[in-house]
Design a protein around this ligand. Structure first.
Ligand code: ADP
Ligand code: ZN
Ligand code: ZN
Length: 733
């Protein structure tokens, strides 16, 4: 028998596949790429995925061990997905084993059987619906169960019995065996009652739908560029219906599902689909179940966040990525990838359309449109009766403000509340105040682990570091001079909330930031409250900017934009413009006109001027030109090497030893900037430095890193530091 070797992806820091022998006395046809195996690795046991089967190995047979167990008879990972994951490992210069591990839910990574589970659902049989009263009177427990089930319009899970405070299981069992209650198996989250839209798509929507629907067979990347409230979701829904009608699946990716429960509901109401959601809030078992149901085709719609981009899909027919510009599509630690870019690659490999939607497209996407690589679909107007909100600046120079609230802003808030309408006030910082200072000696509360100040959180009477998570009780007296003269400087959401409570004691106020939306349903509760209508105040961070549809909000105030205008990050202005336009987009979404007020000390700033006099499109055209002149992305391709250690010396030694390697592989197509300390040198107790690589060609950047990265492991000082490579970094911190 011809010998053969299994090339296996195993989750280790080493960027290579590992060769193993098959089990003794087994044939080659027992093995296929995509199966999981158990292997002994060093002194431990690890699961891995067979990536390929080869006739040769660089190692001698005596150096090779057989695998321990073959876990799957059939491949768990399809050959298409193996191709995608291998591409991602290569493009992002990541260890391939880690990339495969990331693509599998934890339970499957651990070797669990890939078995779909179906939940049992209960409903009354017709016999059970018409039990006679006399009989039920003698059996009050059966009567309670019957009553509960009579209230349901469709089969329900056993969760419905949770309200019963006696052991209902036995009673239910009797009712089942009497033929009164029947069991069925729930598929996925499938709602059968579908509500049609009560409007026709407008011309722009129809054009977009027709264009995409006309080319469902084949790869095209579309940028659906539609102002907030222009009905992008409606375009998605109609296209999804068409793809489902072809018997194919659709993957819909969103920045954060927990923050936009409304959207998932809208999908459920409108689509007769077998939908699953996939996000970090699920339990391990829910995750692997969702994954398996997409893989088998049991589910035909996947609604997921970043990490769902690798979910296997039996017959994927289209990918939709909403809020394409959102930074949360980029994974910022470990395997640093852009789910948007991976999704585009996936669509290209599968030869299917991908739809990227945004009211504030990223400069990357707009550049691709310019280059004719993406097709541009525009929805220029808001739907129905709603019109674009008007945007005004409030010049705060030399004006008195109360807790950062200026007179004109407060006047507008008054007017709005008097009309029984709602107000959103946007503050870009959570907590009470960003600085705690001593009036006597000037002491400032600093994080001991980071180069940053501690933020006062008044509600919990704590000081917190927003960078490393450190928490301390808020001191009563100054730790340096012992005087009780500490004061909080600046305002965050808590402080603005307090100020508003004082000013408007009779108006309901909701605060929305990471501190108030921790609980699973916290966001939903706020949304429900807002939808009850009436005058209300909403204070919050950028969470408020994300996709919410609050019909009665007619005023949006942006308390402080100035900090964002002076960042050292070249992407800051793009982010600021997106944020302003997105927050502004929450105003006047139905028949009532909306107004946006921006407080600033920089009323002449070109970014603000362009946004209020023109629009986001004008801003982005200017910004693209600037990027081109400055040789920055999307015209240039970057990669960032981050190096850190608890001992600063170790980092500096490493960088010193890296130098000759950089010289050895230097090439004119790639410029090397740095090393320099990161903008925040010390964070979470580690000293951080970075090197930026830049090239006009992706290929050169790739080639350069292929030379560089293997050399790092040979550097002696590398053992004392941690390093990571970030391809197409979106922030340089
Ligand atoms: P976007 O996703 O672009 O912000 P949405 O799809 O959420 O916009 O649409 C905003 C509102 O307009 C929703 O309430 C939606 O039901 C409604 N809508 C969408 N299309 C139309 C239309 N053609 N006519 C009237 N209302 C529409
Ligand atoms: Zn002091
Ligand atoms: Zn810290």
């Amino acid at each position: 028998m011809q010998p053969f070797y299994l090339k296996i992806a195993i989750d280790t820091p080493l960027n290579r596949l590992f060769d193993y022998l098959p089990l003794a006395q087994t044939n080659r046809d027992k093995y296929a790429p995509g199966q999981r195996v158990l292997t002994s690795f060093g002194r431990s046991q690890k699961t891995g995925v067979i990536v390929s089967i080869s006739d040769s190995s660089e190692l001698k047979p005596s150096q090779l061990k057989p695998i321990q167990t073959l876990l799957d008879d059939e491949p768990l990972v399809s050959s298409q997905d193996i191709k995608l994951l291998s591409w991602a490992a290569e493009y992002y210069h990541q260890a391939i084993g880690g990339v495969f591990a990331q693509a599998l839910p934890k339970q499957l990574r651990g070797g669990a059987l890939p078995k779909e589970q179906f939940e049992t659902r209960y409903s009354l049989t017709s016999l059970g619906q018409h039990l006679d009263d006399a009989r039920l009177q003698r059996a009050p427990r059966q009567a309670s169960i019957q009553k509960l089930l009579l209230e349901q319009t469709q089969p329900v899970s056993s969760a419905v019995f949770a309200s019963l405070d006696w052991p209902w299981q036995a009673t239910l069992k009797t009712m089942v065996s009497n033929g009164w209650v029947e069991l069925s198996q729930a598929n996925v989250d499938d709602e059968r009652i579908v509500v049609e839209a009560d409007f026709e798509p407008n011309q722009a929507q129809q054009d977009a739908i027709d264009t995409v629907a006309g080319s469902l067979e084949g790869f095209t990347a579309y940028l659906l560029d539609g102002v907030t409230g222009s009905g992008k979701t409606e375009v998605y829904l109609q296209l999804i219906q068409r793809v489902l009608a072809l018997g194919k699946q659709v993957m819909v990716m969103l920045p954060e599902i927990n923050l936009t429960p409304q959207l998932a509901d809208r999908f459920r109401r409108r689509l007769a689909a077998r939908m699953v959601v996939y996000h970090s809030g699920l339990t391990d078992s829910q995750r692997s179940q969702a994954w398996l149901k997409c893989r088998s085709g049991t589910a035909n719609i996947l609604l997921g966040t970043r990490s769902s981009v690798f979910t296997p899909m039996q017959h994927l027919g289209m990918i939709i990525l909403d809020e394409e510009h959102d930074g949360s599509f980029k994974q910022q630690e470990g395997f640093r990838y852009s789910a948007r870019d991976v999704a585009i690659m996936r669509a290209r490999e599968l030869d299917i359309p991908i739809l990227l939607g945004s009211a504030t497209p990223s400069l990357e996407c707009l550049y691709n449109v310019q280059q004719k690589r993406f097709s541009h679909l525009v929805l220029p107007e808001r739907t129905g009766h709603s019109i674009k909100p008007s945007i005004h600046l409030i010049d705060c120079r030399n004006k008195k403000t109360e807790h950062q609230l200026s007179k004109p802003l407060l006047k507008a808030v008054d007017d709005c509340l008097k009309r029984d309408e709602q107000v959103i006030l946007f503050v870009n910082r959570r907590g009470f105040a960003p600085v705690l200072m001593c009036h006597c000696c000037g002491w400032v509360a600093q994080c001991e682990h980071c180069d940053s100040r501690l933020v006062t959180h008044q509600r919990q009477s704590q000081l917190k570091c927003h960078h490393c998570g450190a928490e301390h009780a808020k001191p009563r007296i100054c730790p340096r001079c012992q005087q009780a003269e500490l004061f909080a400087l600046g305002s965050g959401t808590e402080r603005i909330e307090d100020a508003l409570t004082e000013l408007y004691p009779n108006t309901p106020i909701s605060r929305i930031d990471r501190d108030t939306t921790k609980g699973k349903d916290a966001m939903q509760l706020v949304i429900d409250k807002v939808h009850q209508g009436g005058a209300q105040l909403l204070v919050g961070t950028q969470m408020l900017a994300k996709g919410h549809h609050f019909p009665n909000v007619t005023l949006v105030g942006i308390i402080d934009v100035d900090a964002g205008l002076f960042s050292i990050d070249f992407r800051a202005s793009e982010r600021m413009a997106q944020l302003i336009v997105q927050v502004a987009g929450r105003a006047g979404r139905e028949s009532k006109p909306g107004k946006v007020l921006i407080q600033t000390h920089q009323p002449e700033h070109p970014l603000l001027q362009t946004l209020i006099k023109k629009d986001y499109a004008a801003f982005s055209q200017d910004a693209l030109q600037e990027r081109q002149q400055a040789q920055l992305p999307p015209y240039y391709y970057q990669a960032l090497l981050r190096v850190n250690a608890t001992d600063e010396r170790a980092v500096l030694d490493f960088l010193q030893q890296l130098k000759p390697h950089l010289n050895a592989i230097a090439m004119p197509q790639v410029s090397v900037l740095g090393p320099v300390p990161s903008p925040m040198l010390k964070r979470a107790g580690r000293y951080r430095y970075q090197l930026l690589f830049e090239s006009a060609e992706r290929k050169s950047r790739h080639y350069f890193l292929r030379q560089l990265l293997p050399r790092i492991d040979q550097i002696k000082a590398a053992r004392k530091i941690r390093w990571s490579i970030d391809i197409d970094p979106i922030d340089l911190y």
